[in-house]
Every structure is written in structure tokens, then in C-alpha cells.
Design a protein around this ligand. Structure first.
Ligand SMILES: [Fe+2]
Ligand SMILES: [Fe+2]
Length: 182
């Protein structure tokens, strides 16, 4: 082994595990700034919920010749964003926090915006912008948490991969659209 980290002795591991057992998965070895991680995850949760709502609005409001295919894709994305929101909420609870589902402050806490948009190309563009915001903020979070909270970092990395797929699909859809027409 080339690692310079010293392993904690079994005796110490056993003693530490018995302390503060009410904290569940949050052990002595958890070295990230927990309140900061919880705040970060709640912002990500708000972002996902806003994306669920925006995609759903666009799904129902899609009109025009391509509305069947593109509208169906919006619904698929909406449901996947809901899945992300659920994963984030579960992790927040695991870390001893409370997921913030409060509708009043949702759009303030979200990184991405809720933009109605009129035409199909406008909708695709708005969703693509939101995905690109999510991609950059998840990439930042993964980097910040990589060493100190690898579990959360891995979760965010998985979500990031899906957001990249979403962005790629939207960019493809946009290419097939006549500019500013539905
Ligand atoms: Fe998402
Ligand atoms: Fe997405």
C-alpha cells in the first residue's frame, strides 16, 4: 500500500462507533462540514423540484408537429428529476438533516429557473439552460465533497451523469427544430 493514511485501530473504531449512536450514519470519521453539506444538498433538492415542475409544465403545454415526441421526452426527464429529488432527500435524512420541501422559498433556493416558454424550441432551450446550470453546480459539489464525503460525492456524480445525458438529448432535439418555430 502506498497510502500515507494510517488506519484507525480496531479498538478506537469500536469505541467511536459506540459514541453518539443516535447520529446513525454520521460517525466520528465524518470530516465534511455537515451544515454546509446539508445546505448544498437542499439547494440541489430545490433545483430538482423546480426542474420537475418546469418539465411537467412543458410536457402539458407542448404544441406543434413535434410536440408528441418532444413532450414525451419532457415527461421522462421530469420523472427522472423527481427520482433525483428523492435520492437527495434520502441522503439529507441520512446525514441527520431535514429535506426542505417548502414551496414558498423553492425558486429562491433553486439554481435553475422556472421559465414557462411559449414555443417548443423555446422550451427545449430553457430546459437545456437549466440542465447546464445543474451540470456545473453538481460538478462543483462533487469536487468539494470528493475526499470528505465520498458517498454524497458519488451520489452527486451519478446524478450529474444523468443531467449530462439530458443536456445531450435536448441539444439533439434543438438541432432538429426550425429556429423559433414550433
Ligand atoms: Fe436531475
Ligand atoms: Fe436533468
Amino acid at each position: 500500500m502506498t497510502s500515507h493514511h494510517k488506519l484507525t485501530s480496531v479498538k478506537v473504531l469500536r469505541r467511536q462507533a459506540r459514541q453518539h449512536i443516535e447520529r446513525g450514519a454520521v460517525t466520528e470519521g465524518y470530516s465534511a462540514d455537515r451544515p454546509q453539506v446539508l445546505k448544498m444538498l437542499n439547494e440541489a433538492l430545490a433545483t430538482e423540484i423546480v426542474c420537475v415542475l418546469r418539465y411537467r409544465l412543458h410536457h402539458f403545454m407542448a404544441r406543434g408537429i413535434h410536440s408528441q415526441t418532444v413532450g414525451a421526452e419532457f415527461l421522462v426527464h421530469s420523472n427522472e428529476e423527481q427520482g433525483h429529488a428523492d435520492q437527495l432527500a434520502a441522503r439529507i435524512v441520512q446525514l441527520g438533516g431535514e429535506p426542505d420541501f417548502s414551496p414558498d422559498s423553492l425558486s429562491e433556493r433553486s439554481h435553475a429557473e422556472y421559465v414557462p416558454a411559449k414555443t417548443l424550441p423555446e422550451m427545449i432551450r430553457e430546459n437545456l439552460v437549466a440542465e447546464r446550470i445543474a451540470i456545473d453546480s453538481y460538478r462543483d459539489m462533487v469536487r468539494v465533497l470528493e475526499d470528505k464525503d465520498p458517498t454524497t460525492s458519488d451520489l452527486l456524480r451519478q446524478i450529474l451523469a444523468v443531467e449530462e445525458e439530458h443536456a445531450d438529448e435536448l441539444a439533439d432535439l434543438l438541432e432538429g427544430m426550425p429556429a423559433d418555430k414550433d
